[in-house]
Write a new protein. Structure first.
Length: 276
């Protein structure tokens, strides 16, 4: 018996990284999965996004847990795409219990860049990380409320959503602003949805070993800004966390072990937030 037997989870950014890890972990606990990913590059983001092949690999990994998954290509910036994908999944599985709004990007730059590029970075990161999170939750609310089963919504923020860092350019500032915005969204939703027994929390990872943190653009940024690298170090002796370590927190918050936990900002950060 798994902690999530009979549950259905909706996960965004599911093709690789944390999203894939969350899908596999929740499936291992008994949940069926509805997953989406853009599977297309975003020009203002400096590293490649996931591919359709990677999404197909996630499907295989979930099915290897003997669970079902409906995975489709959808852009969280487009509410109609998100809603259509989720509606199709709920039509197949019959209900929805868990939402993991995980999709995110982190554009970075170093040195002076044209203002047009900086504004494009700001717009892209806010659209994906904040508006995309709202789209995810908004598409899920009718299913959760009308289902009458309660539920758990877990929004992926960041250590940057609890402390003030991000530099002076549009990408970093937009990332920090969006991740703080996710906390405000969570707190409002936690109050508004409590009467339906729907819990809402945020998870705040430090750097995680995924493409977002390990890519040529980020490496170049840290080499050009060594003081930023020192600032980003964790107090505990670990440079980055593994995606599975964040998935453990997601699985806990999604389960009945956390049935009375709502409105919480949960750092999974090797002490990063506490040091600031």
């Amino acid at each position: 018996m798994g902690r999530l037997d009979g549950k259905v989870a909706f996960i965004t950014g599911v093709a690789r990284g944390q999203g894939r890890s969350h899908a596999v972990r929740l499936a291992s606990e008994g949940a069926d999965i509805i997953g989406i990913d853009i599977c297309e590059d975003i020009p203002a983001n400096g590293y490649p996004m996931a591919t359709r092949d990677e999404l197909d690999e996630t499907v295989k990994l979930v099915e290897a847990q003997d669970r079902r998954i409906i995975a489709s290509v959808a852009d969280v910036r487009d509410y109609a795409q998100v809603s259509a994908a989720l509606d199709a999944g709920v039509a197949e599985f019959g209900h929805l219990d868990i939402v993991s709004a995980n999709a995110g990007i982190a554009p970075t730059s170093f040195g002076m860049i044209p203002i047009e590029e900086e504004l494009a970075q700001w717009t892209a990161v806010v659209d994906v990380n904040l508006t995309g999170t709202f789209h995810t939750v908004r598409a899920a609310l009718p299913h959760l409320i009308q289902g009458g089963r309660g539920g758990a919504i877990i929004l992926t923020s960041s250590s940057a959503g609890l402390v003030g860092f991000g530099g002076l350019q549009g990408g970093g500032l937009g990332y920090g602003a969006a991740k703080h915005g996710v906390v405000g969204l969570m707190r409002s939703l936690a109050n508004s949805l409590a009467e339906y027994n729907i819990r809402v929390n945020t998870v705040h990872p430090t750097a995680v070993r995924t493409m977002m943190a390990v890519n040529p653009e980020m490496t170049a940024f840290l080499q050009a800004n060594p003081q930023a690298g020192a600032h980003l170090q964790n107090p505990m002796p670990v440079d980055m966390l593994e995606p599975e370590e964040i998935s453990a927190a997601i699985a806990f918050l999604a389960s009945d072990d956390a049935k009375h936990i709502t409105g919480v900002t949960l750092p999974v950060d090797a002490g990063f937030v506490n040091k600031v």
